[in-house]
Design a protein. Structure first.
Length: 637
């Protein structure tokens, strides 16, 4: 304020306090020669000013130096990121030597970035309030990148370089699986290193960080999260794959070919069955049968109470119905027991696959030919003797029923096609990359499912979608599931087109709310009742008019949620509510005549999970991209 000077304490000192040794002088007189020292205040001010100037200079230099270090970190990490794209291309092109060189270059870049964060000025500044947490976060990003490059990327590239991937594919000769066993510890160590880095970055409090730091930090966390999942899967595969592929002793698996034309929750009715033997990676298809030949289990096998309430005791009576439940581990365990009771043959696990997955395999192996009696019979019946990825689905799910009357002959044709496809695999036909991509796509879509009777192996399988569980570590917190079971008793699902969509409603009472919308259309011809064979339409045998399709639709919500309401074509309706593994289940049966369409909606409330919802749907004849529509968000006020 204007009078502030008067408030300075020494301004109020009385004149009598002036030391008597200092004589009053005329204004023009000089300072007495006996006292030439500068005033005490000047002696204090000058060092203060000098030191202040020095501190400002040092601060400016420090800021400049921090800017230099930040520029180095940014440059090195960006160059490392660009090299990752190059590394991916080299691995895709099977260029192990260049991939190893690129991995070394990436390591050089991440090491340079990390070294910049260890600079004394940077380290000191990182300990200060304000800017310090931001510098610490940058240091952690650089350190994580270096750990991933050193402990994760480089060992993985070394493992990749040491493996002969073509030799790991099925062939007529025994596959040398020892390199895969040898690589397992390196892959597991790499996965652990990346997981540790992801955990460190995840623990950083971003609430007080600058946007320029938060954005790359979040990007790094997302990248590490995705890489962690991939590496964990690779580590798991390297650990259990050799044993499951028969490195120590031959493995026998019950192979179930699921027929999507008669839909079941996991894909389709288990029509054709066979024993798949894997000995040191060598495949062979043994005894072949069908679900019908297994017959009725008397007495029925025990069924879990929750599942029996939803799906009836048929789960334990008929091989055709073990997968009315979408929980593949329980369905597979039941199928294994049925097979062993019927045949006395012990199996080590169960593998389910559908014709769409077979088409993915054929795309990699190329066409297969039916030979001998099977070829002659096929020609006589008007069925193709050459199966490719373009015709195998329509042949197995439609043509075989329109041209072959006896179910036994239909199953024989299925088995013959399966035999030739697995023979092509055993002979090493096709390219490794195409086969891996095809099988990966099939497993992601739920078209290939695997269960092992070994508890240790099953514990690993249960962590991934390949295991087909409806609960546990493979199921995301906010997962919804939509499953279909045929109620027609025929093969009409080939003609049903479906779409499934999640609609995120406005939150209510602090809880998330989501509607699951399922639209089904019967595309069969208007005269399907007479134009299609009785075996395809069911001929009204189970009370459904010929040409119509009955489907039991099941919607699963996240754990602890509730099924609040159900609608059919916009009108509220009654539905059957259940609980399965602490997940709410709503069930509605719909019947569609030729050309008819209907939309069923289940609304789930009291959803405690605030993560983005995801969706799994029974794999059908349709492409998954045509079935699952993008999430819709309601407009909230």
């Amino acid at each position: 304020m204007a009078s502030s000077r008067l408030d300075v304490p020494w301004s109020r000192a009385p004149l009598t306090m002036v030391p008597s040794t200092i004589k009053p002088q005329d204004p023009g007189s000089a300072v007495p020669s006996e006292d030439k020292r500068p005033p005490r205040t000047k002696r204090r001010i000058i060092p203060f000013v000098v030191s202040s100037v020095c501190l400002v200079a040092l601060a400016g230099a420090g800021a400049l130096w921090l800017g230099v270090q930040a520029s180095i970190i940014d440059k090195e990490l960006n160059e490392a990121t660009r090299l990752v794209a190059t590394l991916k291309d080299q691995i895709a092109n099977d260029d192990a030597l260049k991939a190893a060189e690129t991995a070394d270059h990436i390591r050089e870049k991440t090491a340079a970035a990390t070294d910049a964060t260890r600079d004394p000025v940077w380290t000191l500044a990182a300990s200060l309030p304000g800017l310090g947490p931001n510098l610490s976060a940058v240091s952690e990003v650089a350190r994580a990148a270096d750990d991933v490059a050193t402990l994760g990327l480089r060992p993985l590239v070394s493992v990749y370089s040491s493996l002969d991937w073509d030799a790991l594919l099925p062939s007529t000769e025994a596959t040398d699986l020892k390199p895969l066993q040898t690589a397992s510890p390196s892959v597991s160590a790499a996965a652990q290193a990346v997981r540790n880095s992801a955990d460190r970055l995840g623990s950083i409090d971003t609430s007080k960080l600058l946007p320029q730091v938060t954005e790359p930090l979040n990007r790094a966390k997302d990248e590490l999260h995705s890489v962690t999942g991939t590496l964990d899967a690779a580590a798991s595969a390297s650990r259990i794959a050799p044993g499951m592929l028969g490195v120590e002793a031959p493995r026998n698996y019950l192979l179930m070919i699921q027929n999507n034309a008669e839909i079941r929750a996991t894909g389709g009715i288990p029509g054709a069955l066979a024993i798949l033997t894997i000995d040191n990676g060598r495949l062979s298809l043994g005894a072949q049968s069908s679900a019908g030949e297994v017959g009725v289990m008397a007495p029925p096998l025990p069924v879990e109470a929750e599942q029996q309430a939803i799906y009836s005791a048929r789960l334990g009576k008929f091989m055709q119905d073990v997968n009315l439940s979408p929980d593949f581990p329980s369905a597979a365990a039941t199928a294994q027991q049925m097979w062993e009771r019927k045949t006395g043959q012990r199996v080590d696990g169960v593998i389910a696959i559908d014709p769409i997955a077979l088409s993915y395999i054929l795309k990699a192996t190329g066409p297969v030919q039916l030979t001998g009696a099977e070829a002659a019979a096929s020609t006589q019946l008007g069925l193709p003797t050459e199966l490719s990825h373009t015709n195998v689905v329509s042949t197995l799910l439609s043509d075989v029923y329109s041209k072959v009357e006896q179910p036994r002959d239909q199953d024989a044709y299925f088995a013959g096609v399966a035999q030739e496809i697995f023979s092509a695999l055993s002979d090493g036909q096709g390219d490794a990359d195409g086969l891996v991509k095809g099988l990966t796509r099939a497993s992601e879509e739920g078209r290939v499912l695997v269960w092992s009777r070994s508890a240790d192996e099953q514990a690993v399988l249960a962590r991934y979608p390949l295991g087909g569980a409806i609960s546990g570590p493979s199921v995301s917190p906010a997962q919804f599931g939509v499953y279909f079971n045929d109620g027609t008793g025929a093969k009409m699902d080939y003609y049903v087109k479906r779409t499934v969509q999640l609609v995120k409603e406005c939150p209510r009472d602090g809880y998330e709310e989501t509607t699951v919308r399922i639209t089904s259309t019967n595309t069969a011809p208007v005269d399907a009742a007479t134009a299609l064979p009785a075996y395809v339409t069911g001929n009204g045998h189970f009370g459904v008019p010929a040409g119509s399709v009955q489907t039991n639709i099941l919607a699963y919500g996240p754990v602890q949620a509730n099924v609040e309401t159900a609608k059919v074509d916009g009108r509220r309706t009654d539905f059957a509510p259940y609980l399965h593994s602490n997940r709410p289940v709503g069930v509605i049966a719909v019947v569609l005549g030729p050309g008819e369409s209907t939309t069923v909606e289940f609304t789930f409330g009291k959803i405690v999970q605030h993560t983005e919802p995801d969706l799994f749907v029974t794999p059908t004849v349709q492409a998954v991209k045509d079935v699952m529509l993008p999430i819709e968000n309601a407009v909230c006020g």
